[in-house]
Design a protein around this ligand. Structure first.
Ligand code: SF4
Ligand code: SF4
Length: 277
């Protein structure tokens, strides 16, 4: 049987927040029996956008990551809910608006923090994948429909096909080590979760300083080569997808018989600025 999944391309998300707003438009003040009681007007973001700024001037980038209930296949909330949270055959997880009443303990059952407590209704709530619309025949969610860049798309496929897509498109899920088996997948998540070391190579010639195109940059860790790169026509190089807090690296730069060695420590992303040969 085919099931629902959400695929988010971090590289395409512009933080326009239309997915967040469309969820609010769909649920604030609206009761969808069996799927969701109304979302409060303030305080809940069933589709939220995380943000990570990497680097320092002059090399900075920002990644935006929409997050929501992952509709996990091995969901702790379903386990703990004992009937108050159910897993549908199409993969969607529903916090039952009647049976979950008073179950504040289910907020902490989610290891992702994607369950919101509705104080007025005494209800735990999470984004229900627009199940009421799906049941009316919708072939996408409101967030998918609203997304202007194609960063968010909901797809219904067999699990084997989803596994193939995840492999082919190098999709990741959040915290796979928890074993919850999320149905929300991310492309280019490294733009949020990984670090870079970047710099700009320049050299003096005939009394003028100019950027050096085609300089060779080697990234070394504990004396072993991790990666190599050539500087572009602005003299820039960037080693990306490095592990945060992974410690000390050495960068060797060489061009036209000159060389220079620089150290960097991750931490977070590092912009080395100008490196003069
Ligand atoms: S993300 Fe949290 S609330 Fe959603 S299914 Fe997984 S454990 Fe449950
Ligand atoms: S609507 Fe699309 S581009 Fe805008 S924040 Fe959501 S996922 Fe990102």
């Amino acid at each position: 049987m085919s099931k629902w999944n959400l695929i988010v391309d971090v590289a395409e998300c512009t933080n326009c927040q239309l997915c967040t707003l469309s969820a609010m438009d769909e649920y604030v003040g609206n009761d969808w029996p069996g799927v969701s009681a109304p979302m409060p007007r303030h305080g809940h973001r069933w589709i939220d956008i995380l943000q990570n700024e990497r680097g320092q001037a002059p090399t900075i980038d920002i990644a935006y990551v929409p997050v929501t209930c992952n509709h996990c296949d091995n969901a702790p909330c379903v386990e703990k809910g004992k009937g108050a949270v159910r897993k549908r055959d199409d993969g969607i997880v529903i916090f039952d608006p009647a049976k979950a009443k008073g179950r504040k303990d289910l907020v902490d059952a989610c290891p992702y923090g994607h369950v919101w407590w509705n104080e007025e209704l005494q209800l735990p709530q999470a984004w229900p994948f627009d199940a009421h619309l799906i049941d009316q025949g919708w072939d996408k969610t409101r967030g998918h429909q609203a997304c202007p860049t194609g960063a968010m798309r909901a797809i219904k496929v067999e699990d084997a096909e989803m596994a193939r897509l995840a492999r082919d498109e190098q999709l990741e899920t959040m915290k796979p080590e928890l074993g919850t088996r999320p149905r929300v997948y991310y492309k280019n998540l490294w733009r949020y979760s990984k670090c870079f070391i970047a710099g700009s190579v320049a050299a003096e010639a005939n009394g003028a300083v100019d950027c050096v195109e085609g300089a060779r940059a080697r990234l070394l860790k504990d004396g072993a080569e991790v990666a190599t790169a050539l500087t572009d026509n602005y003299g820039d190089f960037k080693f990306d997808k490095l592990i945060p807090e992974s410690g000390r690296y050495t960068i060797e730069i060489s061009a036209f018989g000159r060389s220079r060695t620089v150290d960097a420590t991750l931490g977070k992303s590092v912009s080395l600025g100008e490196i003069r040969l």
